[in-house]
Design a protein around this ligand. Structure first.
Ligand SMILES: Nc1ncnc2c1ncn2[C@@H]1O[C@H](COP(=O)(O)OP(=O)(O)O)[C@@H](O)[C@H]1O
Ligand SMILES: [Mg+2]
Length: 267
C-alpha cells in the first residue's frame, strides 16, 4: 500500500504540489488525471525520490520512503518515463537489464528475463541488439515498460506512458497493457491528461488542478457525483462516451436511455 500524506512541493516560490493526500491499495491502479502543469509528474517523481518531497510524508507498506537510500527504494518501484527515457547509447537489451544488473543478477537470469519480457510485450527478440532510435515510438514505449518490469517490482509508476503516440498505436498499447499478466497483481500509479484513458485503465482516479487533488474516487463517482463545477466541466464534453464506456454493452435499454438523456440536454 502507498500512502501519500500532506505532500507539498514548492519551486522558487511556486507551489507545484499543494498538500496532496491519497492512498493506493495493493493491486490497485490509481490514475492521476489533470491538465498540463497540474503537478502530476512532480507528485509521481516524489514517490520514488527522483524529486525530494518538500513537506509531508510518503509511506510504502507502512515504511517512510525517507528511511533508507533512494537507490534502495527504486529497486522496488518500476518507473516508466513520459518520453520513454531510454538510454540512447544502450542497446534494447542493455536498457532492459539496468535494474537487474544493479541487483547483481547473473547473466543467464537476466537473459531469460529479457527474452520473456520481449515476448510478452510483443517485441521481436532481434531488436535486443538495436538502439532505441531504430524502433518506432510505440515499440520504444514497450521497451520502457519492459525495463520498468525487469526486476518484477511490486509497484509501477507510469508517466503518460501512451502520451506521445498516434491514436491507433495508443489504443493498441492500452489494450495490451490491460491484458498483460505481469501487471495484474501490481500496485500502479499512472499519470495522464487523457480522460478516456483514465476511464479505461483506472480503478480510482485522482483529478488534479493547480497542484491539488480536486476529487478522488471511482470513475463512475466522478462522473455522477462531481465535487464541484470544475470536475463537472472537466468531463462534460466527453460525458456521453464515458457513460457508454461504463455500461454493459448488452443492456440496450440503458444505452437508449443514456442517448436520449444526452440528446435532450442539447449537448
Ligand atoms: N524543476 C522545476 N523547477 C521549477 N518549476 C517546476 C519544476 N518542475 C515542475 N515545475 C512547475 O511545477 C508545475 C507542475 O509541473 P508538473 O509536475 O510537470 O505538471 P504536469 O506533470 O501535471 O504537467 C508547473 O507549473 C511546472 O512549471
Ligand atoms: Mg507531466
Amino acid at each position: 500500500m502507498i500512502e501519500v500524506n500532506n505532500i507539498t512541493k514548492t519551486f522558487d516560490g511556486h507551489t507545484a504540489v499543494d498538500n496532496v493526500s491519497f492512498t493506493v491499495e495493493e493491486g490497485e491502479t490509481l490514475v492521476l488525471l489533470g491538465r498540463s502543469g497540474s503537478g502530476k509528474t512532480t507528485l509521481l517523481k516524489m514517490i520514488n525520490r527522483l524529486i525530494e518531497p518538500g513537506s509531508g510524508e510518503i509511506r510504502i507498506n507502512g515504511r517512510s520512503t525517507q528511511d533508507g537510500s533512494p537507490e534502495e527504494l527504486r529497486k522496488k518501484i518500476g518507473y516508466v518515463f513520459q518520453n520513454t527515457g531510454l538510454f540512447p547509447h544502450y542497446t534494447i537489451a542493455g536498457n532492459i537489464a539496468i535494474v537487474p544488473r544493479l541487483l547483481g543478477w547473473d547473466k543467464e537470469k537476466i537473459r531469460k528475463r529479457t527474452y520473456l519480457l520481449m515476448e510478452k510485450l510483443g517485441l521481436p527478440a532481434t531488436y535486443l541488439s538495436s538502439y532505441p532510435h531504430q524502433l518506432s515510438g510505440g515499440q520504444q514505449q514497450r521497451v520502457g515498460l519492459a525495463r520498468a518490469l525487469a526486476a518484477d517490482p511490486p509497484i509501477l509508476l507510469m508517466d503518460e506512458p501512451f502520451g506521445a503516440l498516434d491514436p491507433i498505436t495508443r489504443v493498441s498499447l492500452q489494450k495490451d497493457f490491460k491484458e498483460l499478466d505481469e501487471l495484474k497483481s501490481k500496485t500502479i500509479i499512472l499519470v495522464t491528461h487523457d480522460v478516456q484513458e483514465a476511464f479505461e485503465l483506472a480503478d480510482r482516479i485522482c483529478l488534479m488542478d493547480k497542484g491539488r487533488v480536486i476529487q478522488a474516487g471511482e470513475p463512475r463517482e466522478l462522473l455522477s457525483h462531481p465535487a464541484d463545477g470544475y470536475v463537472k466541466d472537466f468531463f462534460d464534453d466527453q460525458r456521453f462516451l464515458l457513460e457508454v464506456k461504463m455500461m454493459d454493452p448488452l443492456d440496450h435499454d440503458a444505452l437508449i436511455d443514456a442517448f436520449n438523456h444526452f440528446k435532450n440536454r442539447g449537448n
